[in-house]
Design a protein around this ligand. Structure first.
Ligand code: MG
Ligand code: MG
Length: 262
């Protein structure tokens, strides 16, 4: 069996070459640049529609295609999820941000045939202390997961690290949605759950590129989809945060392709 023959739930896990990882880095740097730009403009009074337009414009300037627009009919370039919205919120002229809100922004691009995918949650002005802790636990949970993305470990090591950190801080991980492999498809095998699924998960190999994305709730882990067919909200309407990076598993450790650090 060669590395490229590894499968997960019957789906082939595509191993990327070094050149492909370089292209995926380019795609993800456009995503990172866009999220950094949005971080600078998020403030009370701006609508999620305006954020969507700004992201799309920058993305097109970089000759990349917004990946989510039109994906299974999704109408926006960004997924913008405010407060109790977990993921897949639709940009809207009617949705104006207020002080004390949090907004999760998920963005993806297609560039030279490869996808990039990353997400951040931002506070709008000052937010409640426990909400600050929610954001920091989600971001740190992602970091803990990424640390486990090393050759020889299993997907389950990533899941366990994320879940352990998040639950250790008194928050819950969403189980209905998971991270994923990424490459010439936005969603590839394997799935990357943020919760423990038993020992027999996929062994990590060099050249796997994974989107690790904890969705973390203040209260119950349970979520539901609104009647718009997209927006996922928490069952108890308590806030939720979402951080995501696309990373490559390499012989030298995890490489964060969508890093916003210079
Ligand atoms: Mg994403
Ligand atoms: Mg993703």
């Amino acid at each position: 069996m060669t590395a490229s023959d590894v499968t997960n739930r019957g789906r082939k896990i595509v191993i990327k070459t070094a050149d492909e990882i370089l292209l995926m880095h380019e795609a993800n740097l456009i995503v990172a640049e866009t999220l950094s730009m949005l971080q600078n403009v998020v403030e009370a009074g701006i609508t999620t529609w305006e954020l969507d337009n700004l992201a799309e414009k920058l993305c097109l300037t970089r000759k990349a295609k917004p990946a989510f627009k039109g994906y299974r009919g999704f109408p926006g370039s960004l997924c913008v999820s405010v407060n109790e919205e977990v993921v897949h919120g639709i940009p809207s002229r009617k949705k104006k941000l207020k002080k004390g809100d949090i907004i999760s922004i998920d963005f993806g691009v297609l560039f030279k045939g490869y996808y990039g995918d990353s997400a951040i949650t931002l506070p709008v002005g000052k937010v409640a202390h426990r909400v600050e802790e929610l954001l920091s636990a989600t971001q740190k949970g992602l970091e803990k997961g990424i640390e486990q993305a090393v050759v020889g470990n299993r997907v389950g090591d990533i899941s366990k690290a994320v879940q352990g950190y998040v639950e250790g801080n008194g928050f819950s991980v969403v189980k209905q949605f998971v991270g994923h492999g990424i490459g010439t498809e936005l969603h590839e095998a394997p799935e990357i759950p943020n919760f423990y699924q038993g020992e027999r998960t996929v062994r990590l190999l060099p050249g796997m590129v994974l989107a690790i994305e904890p969705m973390v709730n203040m209260g119950t882990h349970k979520v539901k989809v609104l009647r718009d067919g997209w927006t996922v909200i928490t069952n108890d309407k308590k806030p939720s945060a979402h951080f995501e990076h696309s990373i490559a598993v390499t012989e030298h450790g995890p490489l964060i392709l969508s890093s916003r650090e210079k």
